[in-house]
Design a protein around this ligand. Structure first.
Ligand SMILES: NC(=O)c1ccc[n+]([C@@H]2O[C@H](COP(=O)([O-])OP(=O)(O)OC[C@H]3O[C@@H](n4cnc5c(N)ncnc54)[C@H](OP(=O)(O)O)[C@@H]3O)[C@@H](O)[C@H]2O)c1
Length: 215
């Protein structure tokens, strides 16, 4: 399958492209700057498309079979970009997917979106935006999987996770390497038992494939 990776130049996104290069799928890497193209090709992207989430990026969906949305405005911008990128960028991606007949949509979300009011003032706009995007995804006809990782770390891939559709009681002092999150996002693409599900994920004790199979 051709998998459109939105946010491919990001820290998780680059790991997704690497994972796809080692899988039986092809990565179509969406980046917003010309100077990022060569890096993504070197990481193994079969195709790189230049597009910006704040503009029309529908062309990126041509010839695509599935989408992984892993973009985000990041902590250095304000709530305006949280709205236009984390929320509206994701909603536009869902609409383009529907218009272009791309059925499968994997959304990188976050723990804490179950209750944004509990997230603290600085996190609240982000958690509200992500929760709203997740809720809108449920109303589409897309075959979605919403993956909500805990705090991300830059440690090496462990291959061991804990995943739950019930939500963790606490994720205090816990995290998950970005490389494991990328592995999970790629692994769910063709696992039908994860279709139309939302789950939280942290680093854990269970081999990733087994943990996903039990969802
Ligand atoms: N940090 C955490 O602990 C945590 C926890 C749970 C979930 N998450 C989620 O995980 C996501 C990915 O994390 P990360 O560490 O990989 O973030 P990241 O490195 O900041 O990657 C985000 C990517 O989104 C791209 N992007 C931003 N605006 C765009 C636009 N207008 N058009 C196209 N692309 C755009 C960025 O492009 P450029 O490379 O050009 O800047 C970047 O490549 C976060 O955004 C967040 O939603 C994070």
């Amino acid at each position: 399958m051709n998998i459109l990776v939105i946010g491919a130049n990001g820290q998780v996104g680059r790991n997704i492209v690497k994972e796809l290069a080692e899988s039986n799928h092809d990565a179509v890497a969406m980046v917003r700057k010309e100077q990022q193209v060569d890096t993504l090709k070197e990481l193994g992207a079969a195709k790189v498309v230049l597009a910006d989430l704040e503009k029309d990026f529908s062309d990126a969906f041509d010839g695509v079979d599935a989408v992984i949305f892993a973009a985000g405005s990041g902590p250095k911008t304000g709530p305006d970009k949280t709205l236009t990128i984390d929320l509206w960028g994701s909603v536009k991606a869902m609409r383009y997917a529907e218009e272009k007949g791309v059925k499968r949509f994997v959304q990188l979300s976050s723990v804490g979106t179950d209750n944004p009011d509990a997230g603290g003032e600085s996190m609240k706009p982000y958690l509200v935006a992500k929760r709203a995007a997740d809720d809108l995804l449920l109303t589409t006809g897309l075959e979605y999987t919403i993956v909500r990782p805990g705090p991300l770390s830059d440690e090496e891939k462990s291959g061991k996770i804990e995943a739950t559709t019930e939500g963790f009681e606490s994720f205090e002092n816990r995290s998950i390497p970005r490389a494991d999150v990328a592995n999970v996002l790629v692994s769910v693409i063709d696992r039908p038992n994860t279709y139309n599900k939302i789950f939280e994920v942290l680093q854990g004790e269970h081999e990733t494939g087994q943990a996903l199979e039990s969802l």
